[in-house]
Write a protein that binds this ligand. Structure first.
Ligand SMILES: O=C(O)c1ccccc1N[C@@H]1O[C@H](COP(=O)(O)O)[C@@H](O)[C@H]1O
Length: 213
């Protein structure tokens, strides 16, 4: 199971967390977030994919951040349409010097109409399921994961929303691929923070050990 650590903000902390060798590190490019990233990403091992998180941003803004930070993955965390994802895919193919993957986010509470995924199939590389809350993301609590028992797609997905050390037992079915064989990664954010954007290294080390054991 892959791990994504999201909402990174501070240089030293980024380097310390990178030493834990997560598969993905996420940077929030949404001005209203307390985790808004305005700095420079330090040089990271090639094995760590840099994810840019955007909320209804313009194509130009996203492309400029891909270029500036050499992002590997774009996480679309707003109301982006399949047409927008397609536009990004083609714009990115035309201009980028390296391939960029697209994650489209869907927010869930207790129910989810999976038919909304269909128009995004074959355009997006991954889906990400987060908790519906007051904020577009980073709400810090889980949704009813039973919903995913009916996952009808073969597109791999990230499980997200309020995952911390207290959730270690309930994520087991996902780790063991019992719940769904298409769960590609576990995404963590606010539950591993000392303050917004500053990640708790010890807690993440413990979590990563559990994930790989
Ligand atoms: O974290 C934020 O501030 C944020 C702002 C805007 C869009 C997405 C954001 N974070 C994403 O939210 C999920 C879940 O976070 P949490 O575990 O509930 O804190 C994660 O994918 C972050 O990328």
């Amino acid at each position: 199971m892959k791990i994504k650590i999201c909402g990174m903000k501070y240089q030293d902390n980024i380097n310390q967390i990178a030493a834990l060798q997560p598969d993905y590190l996420g940077f929030i490019f949404y001005k209203k977030s307390s985790r808004f990233f305005e700095s420079v990403i330090p040089k990271l091992p090639k094995t760590i994919k840099k994810v840019g998180v955007f909320v209804d941003a313009s194509l130009e803004y996203i492309l400029s951040k891909i270029e500036l930070h050499q992002l590997n993955v774009i996480q679309l965390h707003g109301q982006e349409t399949p047409e927008f994802c397609n536009e990004l895919r083609h714009a990115e193919l035309d201009s980028a010097s390296h391939p960029v993957e697209i994650i489209k986010v869907f927010s869930i509470k207790d129910h989810f109409d999976f038919s909304v995924l269909q128009p995004f199939e074959n355009i997006c590389d991954y889906f990400l399921f987060d908790t519906k809350g007051k904020l577009p993301g980073g709400n810090g609590y889980t949704f009813n994961w039973d919903v995913l028992k009916n996952y009808p797609s073969t597109t791999p997905y990230f499980l997200s929303g309020g995952i911390g050390l207290d959730e270690v037992d309930i994520i087991q079915p996902f780790l063991q691929k019992k719940e769904s064989k298409y769960c590609h990664a576990i995404d963590v954010n606010s539950k591993f923070e000392i303050t917004a954007g500053l990640k708790d290294i010890e807690a993440l080390e413990k979590f990563k050990d559990i994930l790989i054991s």
